[in-house]
Design a protein around this ligand. Structure first.
Ligand code: 13P
Length: 262
C-alpha cells in the first residue's frame, strides 16, 4: 500500500441480512471496531437496510455504501431507487459489479451513466472491473480491464476522477463463482499497474498516483494481509467473509497492522 492513500475495507453483504439482522450485526461490529486514521471501513447492505443503518451508524467509525441504484434522478421507473434518494444515507456506491453486469445485463453505457450520476450527487462511485475466466483463458485480460475502465470513466472529468475509487475484481476469483479460485498476488499487481497506467495516460500521473485501487475476490481472514501487502493495492472489497463478524473483524485488524507498520 502507498502511504499517502487511505486504506478501505469494504463489506459487500450482497442480498443477505434482513434490516433487523443488519442492525444486530452493526451493533456487534460497533462494539469491536475502533476507528482509526487512514482506515475507512465501509458497509454495503441491501438497499432496504440503508436508511435504518444510517440512523444507527457512527459515521466516524463506518460509512455506508449502496450496492446499486438507477442512474436517473427521479421519474416513472417502477422498482428502482435513485442515488438522489440515497445520498443522505450513503457516502459510496458500487457501480459495475460483475453480478450487475452478468446477471442483470448492465452495459458500459449504464455503468458510465451511474458513475456520472453518483459523482453529481456527491456519492463516491466504486467502479468494479475485472475479466471473466473465459477472457483470461483467451488472453483478453488486459483488453477486458481496459475496456471496462475506459467505458466506466468515459464521462468523468479530470477534477471528478479524484472522487472515484476503482475495485479490481476478477470474476473467476469471486466466491459465488462455481469454479472460483483465489487470484495470485502477481495477477493483481499486474492489473493494478495496468489500471494506473491507463489512468495516467488519460488523466496524468498525479491523478493516477492518487486514485485508490482495491482488490476483491475470495478474500478471507487468512489471505487479507497478503493482498493488502501488494504494492498499489489500497484496500479490499469483501463478499462472503464480511458476513461473519469474526472474520470481518480479523480482516480489519490485518489492515490496521499493515497501516501501523508503515
Ligand atoms: P467474495 O469475497 O465472496 O468473493 O465476493 C467478492 C465480491 O464480489 C465483493 O464485491
Amino acid at each position: 500500500m502507498t502511504s499517502q492513500r487511505k486504506t478501505y475495507i469494504i463489506a459487500n453483504w450482497k442480498m443477505n441480512f434482513t434490516p433487523g439482522q443488519a442492525s444486530l450485526y452493526l451493533h456487534r461490529l460497533s462494539n469491536r471496531v475502533q476507528s482509526s486514521r487512514n482506515l475507512q471501513i465501509v458497509l454495503a447492505p441491501s438497499t432496504i437496510s440503508l436508511q435504518p443503518l444510517s440512523l444507527q451508524i457512527n459515521r466516524r467509525q463506518f460509512k455506508l455504501c449502496a450496492q446499486n441504484f438507477y442512474w436517473r434522478d427521479f421519474g416513472p421507473y417502477t422498482g428502482e431507487t435513485a442515488i438522489s434518494q440515497l445520498r443522505g444515507f450513503v457516502d459510496y456506491a458500487l457501480v459495475g459489479h460483475s453480478e450487475r453486469r452478468y446477471i442483470f445485463g448492465e452495459t458500459d453505457k449504464d455503468i458510465r451513466a451511474k458513475v456520472a450520476t453518483a459523482i453529481r450527487n456527491d456519492v463516491t462511485p466504486i467502479l468494479c472491473i475485472g475479466e471473466t475466466a473465459l477472457e483470461r483463458k483467451n488472453g483478453e485480460t488486459k483488453s477486458a480491464i481496459t475496456d471496462q475502465l475506459l467505458g466506466g470513466l468515459h464521462d468523468v472529468s479530470d477534477e471528478d476522477l479524484r472522487k472515484v475509487i476503482i475495485a479490481y475484481e476478477p470474476v473467476w476469483a469471486i466466491s459465488s463463482n462455481k469454479h472460483a479460485k483465489p487470484a495470485k498476488p502477481a495477477d493483481i499487481a499486474e492489473a493494478e499497474m495496468l489500471i494506473r497506467k491507463q489512468i495516467a495516460r488519460l488523466y496524468g500521473q498525479t491523478t493516477a498516483d492518487a486514485i485508490p485501487i482495491l482488490y476483491g475476490g475470495s478474500v478471507n481472514a487468512s489471505t487479507a494481509a497478503g493482498y493488502l501487502d501488494i504494492p498499489g493495492i489500497d484496500g479490499l472489497l469483501i463478499g462472503d467473509a464480511s458476513l461473519v463478524a469474526d472474520s470481518f473483524c480479523s480482516i480489519i485488524e490485518s489492515a490496521k497492522g499493515i497501516i501501523d507498520e508503515r
